[in-house]
Design a protein around this ligand. Structure first.
Ligand code: PLP
Length: 430
């Protein structure tokens, strides 16, 4: 597909055109655990990676492949790996480069689940995560040492919704030989982190890509733009013989296939061993959502700008957080990295603090009160008592969650109905 336009790629991008056997246009759900080999030679070539093809659905599947190649095309990457959840995608994106004793440097502005993964589970696995404030990109350089394997950040992180300095930190990393991994969950289409120097992009497809709140999923996209071979000491998992694959050196083994060492190793080792495979059905649901995602993003973004402006003028609202209302450096970054909209996420605070926040949530009639974002429906939540509740008060403060803060994910309903529901719920909380 020659187009680079996401609206077209979401429908036509990647490897799938029509089912080779039946001609089916919609991507079929290949609900099978395993695939018949043509003969023993074919089987041996597949296992030996001399030929890429389907073996077993824990490791690959044609429905997953259609999703992977389409999202890789939209992000401008070379290949992707679909997994069971966004959390699995984050875990794999880091574990693919790290061994006990290694570290990564992460932005402090993270989804609560990622914070827990990094602060606790990664630590238990022997991987240190060094948190730095993204307001100062040089903090990433200062936290880097010889055992630093990656930088990690979210494009448009809750709750501050300040766009991460992608180009600045990617450039620091490239100078030091450290790849930037971007969680682009909140900004599909409107941000293309690989274009700004990131090496890897991941998404929770549960959110805007799926778009209908039906299916958990995650994906990691390999930008194919990072020279792992140039830094053999920093990336032993890609540059040293892999005893689990007949001593294969991944940067060498992929030479006939393209710059896909990172994602191929993730598939053939991590997915094989840790098993966080998505299902053909969930991959199909993500594809269904993906096909209209660019169009939905337009409406999400347009509605959110209107809601932000309305809230900013509403009595009883003390603070509104949305990139469209930012000034200074935060706005400069929003304008530099977001194209076609400022995202659907929005935060605000009511004059009555935590009590008013809770009353507001309980008074909503159309918005759903759920621990999710990116649904076509409008959603609301009180982070301090839900998504960020497992964090200590200090950690909550570090991630920017205050007691009265309410988070909205603005849906694609008619703007008048969104504002009417907010208006009556704010009135009830006054
Ligand atoms: N990254 C971000 C920005 C998220 O908001 C979430 C989930 O809320 C995740 C990752 C984790 O994704 P999942 O819930 O699909 O595991």
């Amino acid at each position: 597909m020659a187009s680079t336009n996401p609206e077209t790629l979401a429908l036509h991008g990647g490897s799938y055109r029509a089912d080779p056997t039946t001609g089916a246009v919609a991507v079929p759900i290949y609900q099978t655990s395993s695939f018949q080999f043509q003969d023993t030679g074919h089987a041996a070539r597949l296992f030996g990676l001399q030929e890429l093809g389907n073996i077993y659905t824990r490791i690959m599947n044609p429905t997953q492949d259609a999703l992977e190649t389409r999202i890789a095309a939209i992000e401008g990457g070379v290949a992707a790996l679909a997994v069971a959840s966004g959390q699995a995608a984050t875990s794999f994106s880091v574990l693919n480069l790290t061994r006990p004793g290694d570290n990564i440097v992460s932005s402090t502005n993270l989804y609560g689940g990622t914070w827990n993964l990094f602060a606790n589970t990664m630590k238990d696995l022997g991987v240190e995560v060094r948190f730095v404030d993204p307001a100062d990109p040089e903090g990433f350089a200062r936290a880097t040492d010889a055992r630093t394997r990656a930088y990690y950040a979210e494009t448009l992180p809750n709750p501050k919704l300040e766009v991460f300095p992608i180009g600045e930190v990617a450039a620091i990393g490239r100078k030091l030989g450290v790849p930037l991994i971007m969680d682009n969950t909140a900004a599909p289409v409107i941000c293309k982190p690989l274009q700004h120097g990131a090496a890897v992009v991941m998404h929770s497809t549960t959110k805007f890509i799926g778009g209908h709140g039906t299916s958990i999923g995650g994906i990691v996209v390999d930008g194919g733009n990072f020279d792992w071979e140039a830094h053999p000491e920093r990336f032993p998992t890609l540059n040293q013989p892999d005893p689990s694959y007949h001593g294969a050196v991944w940067t060498q083994a992929v030479k006939p296939l393209g710059p896909i060492a990172y994602i191929l190793r993730m598939r053939t080792c991590l997915l094989r061993d840790l098993g966080a495979a998505t299902t053909p059905f969930n991959a199909f649901m993500a594809i269904q959502g993906l096909e209209t995602m660019p169009l939905r993003m337009e409406r999400h973004c347009a509605n959110a700008v209107k809601v932000a402006a309305w809230l900013a003028a509403r009595r009883g609202v003390t603070r509104v957080i949305h990139p469209s209302l930012q000034t200074g450096e935060a706005k400069r970054r929003a304008d530099a990295y977001l194209k076609g909209g400022y995202g659907a996420l929005l935060g605000f605070e009511l004059a009555g603090g935590a009590e008013a926040g809770a009353k507001f949530i309980n008074s909503l009639k159309m918005f759903y009160h759920v621990a999710n974002i990116g649904d076509a429906r409008s959603l609301a939540i009180h982070p301090a008592t839900t998504t960020h509740s497992q964090l200590s008060p200090e950690e909550q403060a570090a991630t920017g969650v205050t007691p009265g803060y309410v988070r909205l994910s603005i849906g694609i309903e008619h703007i008048d109905d969104i504002i009417a529901d907010l208006d009556q719920a704010i009135a009830a909380a006054e």
